[in-house]
Structures are given as structure tokens and as C-alpha cells.
Design a protein around this ligand. Structure first.
Ligand SMILES: O=C(O)CCC(=O)C(=O)O
Ligand SMILES: [Fe+2]
Length: 355
């Protein structure tokens, strides 16, 4: 095979994918990563998705009968232990508001490069517009651009990288963040109850200063979707993540097969990150997922990453450790940092938390 010397990552990442698309550049040479490399392109993709659907209203409303609540909690436990994710409905957020956040996200990415670059981050930063921090040499590029912002705790919120155009962006994101905080409360309590634990136990592990980060992803159309992914396969380093999408593209790995998350404008897709797997002593599964690229349409998603407070030690709930299920994971602090070091090498960090 001819030796190919890829330009340094800093050079690759100095250009936005949106800019490459404008200039008609294709994902060739150093950009290629396609997962088909590992399996000769013979991937098992299931398009009709049996991804579990959970009605959050049944889990939290005082009007739900005990029986209905118990049934939904059991559905939740089963969904998170097999799939590690669910399509969340009944969350109480109006679809018109979900459309608003989708709309401001699109409007931001639609602007000329000069405007977006006002919020550009350096290749090593997290917050701002651009690609992820520099991956290790030789790793592939994702066919997407991002805007990454910290929203909670509020005293870590820095408004300079928050777009001023569209003008409603800030207000909509503030409102959305409050609503997401509410969803994390309902979800964390329900997850605890589904395991017959004290309902506040996970919330306490996340801590009062739990972090919530917003990542707006923009997936440009791609002339060679066979060669490059919108986002490479990975598990999130979060506790869990809540994803809002406008088009299909997100796929989840279950039992060796990729399933497409269906488009449902009313739903929030909730997926377990590695830290929930640790806190549940391996009962809930951190989900491997990816985004495929598409030659015709673009796509946006807004991912909210819910992660334990900085510096807070988390670990398996004591009541989930017993003779039948010995402790699988040790206590970890700031796991998200370890996650990033491995992510940049296209690896998962979960083994570092194994006993
Ligand atoms: O775009 C999506 O649907 C998923 C995004 C995602 O997995 C991430 O930002 O970590
Ligand atoms: Fe992710």
C-alpha cells in the first residue's frame, strides 16, 4: 500500500466541514474512516427500529395509577439494561418549543463562515464553534461541525461563545437548559426507582453542581457517505445524554447490529453514558452510537450532556452490589477527562473504571 502522509490534525481541523462542502471538497485521503474498514463494508443495519419508547409522564405524574407506573418503570429498567437508551415521550415539553431550538440551531449554522467564526474555538478548546479538540495523529475526521457550550452550573456559563444571531438563540437555549434540567430530574429519579433504590440516589451522585453541556451538531450533506461518518462510533463519557434530532442519521449498536433512531419530532432520545454504567454497577449499558452521513440532506442535532459535578467521586450504588452481582466498577472522579483522552484515539475508556 502506498505510504500516505496525512497533514497534521491542526491543519485538518483548521477548516470547517461546512467550508469544505462550499468548496466542493470531498472526504478523501486523510478524512477517510468509514467503519466498513473493519468488516469489509458488510454491516448489519436494521432500519425498522424496535428502540424502546418510554412515557416519562407515566413515571412522574401523580395521576398515574401505581400499576401503570410500575409497568413503565419495569419497561425503563429493561430498556436501559438491554439497549442503554430509549425514545422519551410524555416529557411535557411542547413540540413547538422543540421546533424552536431546532430552528435557532439551523439558523446559526446557516450563517456565513465569518459570522460563525466569531464564536470559533481553538483546536484545543471545548467551548465554541468548530470541531472536537485535536484527535491523535492519524485519526479520522467526522463529517460534522459543532457548537459546544457549557450551560450548568450557571457560574461556569461564559456567554462570549454564545451566538448573538439569531437573536433569540440565548433565550431559547436558556429556556431549553432549564427544561432539560427538569427532564434529568425525572429521569434520574425514575432510573433509581426502576432499580428499587432511593429515588434521589443518582441525583446525589451527580451532585448539586452537576454539569450540563450543550453540543449543537451540524451534519453537512456528503458526496461520499460510503467513505465517512458524520460522527464515529463512540460511547458518551457522560452520566447520560439527551438528544434532539431533526432527521434520521443517529444509529445505535445493539447485539452487534446498528439500528437507526427513528425521526419523531416530539421525542427526546435518552442514551446512557459510561458513568451511568458505573453507577448502576453495570446493570445499565453505556450505549455505543454513531451518525451516518447522507448525500442529499443535512441534519442537525442538539445533544445535552449530563455529567456529575466536577471533582465529585461517583461509583456503583452500594445496594446494587451483592453476592450475585459483585462490584464491577471502582469509584471514579472526573471520568469525562479520561474519556476524552481515549476518545481522541477512537477508543472507549470504560475499562479504566473496571475493578
Ligand atoms: O447527532 C446525534 O444524533 C448524536 C450526537 C452525539 O452522539 C454526540 O454529540 O455525542
Ligand atoms: Fe454521543
Amino acid at each position: 500500500m502506498a505510504a500516505y502522509s496525512a497533514p497534521p490534525s491542526e491543519v485538518l481541523l483548521s477548516k470547517r466541514v461546512q467550508e469544505m462542502v462550499l468548496h466542493g471538497e470531498e472526504p478523501l485521503g486523510p478524512y477517510i474512516c468509514r467503519s466498513g474498514e473493519d468488516n469489509d463494508g458488510k454491516e448489519d443495519i436494521m432500519d425498522t427500529s424496535p428502540i424502546p419508547i418510554i412515557d416519562l409522564n407515566l413515571l412522574s405524574s401523580s395521576t398515574t395509577s401505581d400499576n401503570e407506573r410500575e409497568q413503565e418503570l419495569e419497561k425503563l429498567r429493561s430498556a436501559l439494561s438491554s439497549w442503554g437508551c430509549f425514545q422519551g415521550i410524555g416529557h411535557g415539553i411542547q413540540t413547538s418549543f422543540l421546533d424552536k431550538i431546532r430552528q435557532v440551531s439551523r439558523e446559526f449554522f446557516k450563517q456565513p463562515m465569518e459570522e460563525k467564526n466569531k464564536y470559533a474555538k481553538s483546536v484545543d478548546d471545548f467551548q465554541g464553534y468548530g470541531a472536537d479538540p485535536v484527535p491523535e495523529q492519524g485519526q479520522s475526521l467526522d463529517w460534522s461541525d459543532r457548537l459546544f457550550l457549557e450551560v450548568f452550573p450557571e457560574d461556569r456559563r461564559k456567554y462570549n461563545p454564545w451566538p448573538q444571531i439569531p437573536i433569540s438563540f440565548r433565550e431559547v437555549l436558556e429556556d431549553y437548559s432549564e427544561k432539560m434540567k427538569m427532564v434529568t430530574e425525572i429521569t434520574s429519579k425514575a432510573m433509581a426507582k426502576s432499580l428499587k433504590l432511593d429515588e434521589n440516589c443518582f441525583l446525589e451522585q451527580f451532585g448539586k453542581q452537576a454539569q450540563l453541556h450543550a453540543r449543537f451538531n451540524y451534519y453537512s450533506p456528503c458526496q461520499r457517505p460510503d467513505l465517512i461518518l458524520g460522527l464515529k462510533p463512540h460511547a458518551d463519557g457522560t452520566g447520560y445524554s439527551i438528544i434532539l434530532q431533526d432527521e434520521v442519521g443517529l444509529q445505535v449498536l445493539e447485539d452487534g447490529k446498528w439500528y437507526t433512531v427513528p425521526k419523531d419530532p416530539t421525542a427526546l432520545f435518552v442514551l446512557m453514558g459510561d458513568q451511568m454504567e458505573v453507577m448502576s454497577n453495570g446493570i445499565f449499558k453505556g450505549l455505543v452510537h454513531r451518525v451516518v452521513s447522507n448525500s442529499e440532506r443535512d441534519r442537525i442535532s442538539v445533544a445535552m450532556f449530563y455529567t456529575p459535578e466536577l471533582g465529585k467521586e461517583i461509583g456503583p450504588e452500594d445496594d446494587l452490589v451483592n453476592m450475585d452481582r459483585p462490584r464491577i466498577y471502582k469509584k471514579v472522579t472526573d471520568y469525562a477527562e479520561t474519556h476524552w483522552k481515549f476518545y481522541q484515539r477512537c477508543l472507549r475508556a470504560l475499562h479504566t473504571a473496571h475493578i
